[in-house]
Design a protein around this ligand. Structure first.
Ligand code: HEC
Ligand code: HEC
Ligand code: HEC
Ligand code: HEC
Ligand code: HEC
Ligand code: HEC
Ligand code: HEC
Ligand code: HEC
Ligand code: HEC
Ligand code: HEC
Length: 318
């Protein structure tokens, strides 16, 4: 608490003494014209805002972030920057009305502003770098605000940590959250991976906003031993790992969608050896149990199920 206050005071001194005022006069003309009809920037920039908001440590925490670096010409607080109003929009009317909250861009579910208004100032600075794929993503299409994921008045933005993502992403994606509690899952809860190990949060041209072009490229960026090409390919493996695995979690071992032999039998159901269990000759038909199934399931024999480089590995037995 004391620390916050002391740094807050330092920030104030910096603002008052170091940067000086950023007023309507230093707003680029084009922007000024665009905003003139709606509202005006406050004449004293952040100093005006802090006149009323400096007692809120939650507000002052912005000075612990990259956004408040005075020497960064790209940032809100760089020379000539709009400071608080770079994100909150022109605040003149809000100030004149003694803090009328409907006259300033606020963020979050209770905001008076539309999601587009909330995102516009962020994109003004970030479209060319972090958020360049934003427009192509499902989150833009789904009207998700930048600030549904990001918190900016805080030294450490939680969504940039694995634990933070489990909370924040899962708030909207409950099925994937539930999968994380299953027997088999990727080590997200241990902090060794995050949703963003596989997904690009802002958007991508890949299916499901994956970090690589395809599911298989994404998976084999870590599981290189299954990348292939193999002398003997198992067709569903080369095609898409999610034919057999659920990437988020499963009640079966090894993230499998079904337990062998059932998994295998969803595709291999011809009469005879591979699918005895569900054929008239097999258990379900009242026949004698297949020796193959008694052996404990298909992968006891077909152990190289992801593909084989052995000259006689056609049936993935070696
Ligand atoms: C005259 C005092 C005053 C000044 C100056 C002032 N505000 Fe406010 N502001 C308030 C009050 C009062 C509220 C409502 C209570 C609160 O959230 O603290 C408020 C609320 C806000 C909110 C939250 C709105 C919401 O819906 O939750 C934001 C954002 C904000 N102000 C930004 C600014 C910015 C940016 C500036 C400078 C351009 C500024 N304020 C200047 C008094 C002021
Ligand atoms: C005036 C330009 C500007 C505006 C407006 C702006 N940013 Fe930034 N932002 C920056 C700069 C500059 C950085 C620091 C980049 C760096 O050093 O890599 C940054 C950094 C970030 C970071 C990374 C922070 C970190 O600690 O790693 C996030 C997240 C971010 N901005 C989100 C937003 C969001 C969301 C908005 C809108 C509410 C927004 N920005 C508005 C310029 C801006
Ligand atoms: C679905 C959640 C989500 C949304 C919505 C979102 N972001 Fe992000 N953003 C993230 C995550 C997660 C990271 C950390 C990236 C990583 O770990 O690969 C990030 C990183 C960033 C960074 C820092 C990038 C860097 O390389 O340091 C910036 C800047 C940023 N986001 C801006 C934005 C802006 C602007 C918007 C709105 C147009 C936005 N974000 C919307 C989740 C989101
Ligand atoms: C880089 C963008 C950005 C800048 C710069 C910025 N804010 Fe904010 N502000 C936000 C976002 C986003 C929120 C929503 C809460 C959060 O993300 O932490 C917010 C929330 C607020 C709130 C509401 C807080 C509450 O507790 O309800 C106030 C008041 C506020 N900002 C005032 C200011 C003032 C004053 C400044 C300048 C000293 C400023 N902001 C600079 C983006 C910004
Ligand atoms: C505020 C709610 C919200 C939050 C928070 C959120 N999402 Fe989403 N997400 C959506 C919406 C809405 C869609 C659009 C599709 C839908 O309706 O499910 C979506 C879609 C997706 C998709 C599918 C993309 C596609 O092209 O099919 C992925 C992947 C995704 N989100 C990952 C994430 C990750 C990772 C995070 C956290 C970093 C996150 N989401 C946070 C609301 C959210
Ligand atoms: C190991 C990689 C991986 C991780 C980690 C991961 N995902 Fe996914 N996710 C995928 C793949 C691959 C798909 C597409 C195939 C599928 O739907 O099974 C996908 C699909 C999705 C979809 C779209 C589902 C649909 O029905 O369209 C959402 C939403 C999603 N993931 C959210 C998340 C969230 C939230 C997290 C973190 C809790 C997360 N993912 C972690 C790989 C991953
Ligand atoms: C960022 C790296 C990374 C990516 C990308 C990745 N994985 Fe993993 N995977 C891991 C780690 C780490 C483990 C845990 C290994 C361990 O505990 O020894 C793991 C474990 C597994 C397991 C074994 C789970 C168990 O319970 O035994 C399977 C199956 C798996 N991954 C499949 C996939 C699939 C399918 C994809 C693509 C959708 C994928 N992985 C993407 C890192 C990754
Ligand atoms: C035809 C079904 C099928 C497909 C498709 C498939 N797998 Fe598997 N995978 C299995 C089976 C069955 C196991 C469990 C038996 C084993 O450990 O070999 C397994 C186990 C794994 C394991 C855990 C191995 C261990 O030692 O714990 C990883 C990692 C894995 N698969 C990754 C992948 C990747 C990456 C892909 C896509 C390139 C993929 N799988 C495609 C059936 C499949
Ligand atoms: C998503 C469908 C699918 C699943 C699930 C699947 N396979 Fe396959 N499998 C195929 C296809 C397609 C081929 C190629 C068939 C062909 O060439 O006649 C194949 C080929 C094979 C072959 C080689 C056959 C040959 O004559 O070359 C074996 C052995 C095999 N699979 C075993 C398994 C086992 C064991 C499992 C369960 C772990 C399994 N498969 C799961 C689709 C699947
Ligand atoms: C006891 C060992 C064993 C078990 C268990 C086993 N197989 Fe086989 N499988 C074989 C042998 C041996 C072959 C013949 C290999 C060859 O032709 O080189 C074979 C061949 C196959 C073929 C190739 C097609 C054919 O008819 O030649 C498929 C597909 C197959 N098995 C699928 C399965 C499935 C699915 C299961 C589980 C339901 C399974 N196998 C369980 C030993 C086994």
């Amino acid at each position: 608490m004391t620390r916050v206050k002391r740094s807050a005071a330092a920030a104030l001194v910096l603002l008052l003494g170091g940067i000086g005022h950023v007023g309507a006069a230093s707003v680029p003309e084009k922007d000024a014209a665009a905003h003139a009809a709606a509202s005006a920037y406050s004449p004293q920039g952040a100093d005006t805002c802090l006149g009323c908001h400096a007692s809120n440590p939650g507000v002052m925490a912005i000075f612990h972030t990259k956004h408040a670096r005075p020497g960064d010409p790209r940032g809100p607080f760089g020379h000539g920057g709009l400071q608080c109003e770079a994100c909150h929009g022109p605040g003149g009317a809000h100030v004149d009305a003694m803090g009328d909250t409907s006259k300033i861009i606020a963020f979050g579910p209770k905001s008076h502003s539309t999601v587009q208004q909330q995102n516009a100032n962020c994109l003004g600075c970030h479209q060319s770098n972090a958020a360049h794929d934003w427009a192509s993503g499902a989150h833009a299409a789904g009207d998700v605000a930048c600030t549904s994921c990001h918190q900016l008045h805080t030294a450490k933005d939680p969504v940039q940590t694995a634990a933070g993502q489990i909370e924040i992403c899962a708030g909207c994606h409950q099925a994937e959250h539930a999968d994380l509690d299953k027997l088999s899952r990727h080590p997200l809860r241990e902090g060794k991976m995050a949703c963003t190990s596989c997904h690009s949060p802002h958007g991508s041209t890949a299916p499901a906003q994956l970090v690589r072009n395809t599911v298989n490229e994404t998976c084999t960026s870590c599981h290189a031993e299954y990348r292939g090409p193999f002398l003997w390919e198992h067709q569903p493996v080369a095609e898409d790992c999610t034919n057999c695995h659920n990437p988020h979690g499963s009640v079966q071992p090894a993230l499998l969608k079904l337990r062998p032999p059932f998994l295998c039998q969803t595709c291999h159901e011809g009469a005879g050896h591979p699918s005895m269990l569900n054929t008239p000759q097999g258990l379900a038909g009242g026949g004698a149990p297949s020796a193959f199934l008694l052996a404990g399931g298909c992968i006891n024999c077909h152990s190289q199920i992801h593909g084989s480089n052995h000259p006689s590995g056609r049936a993935f037995m070696r």
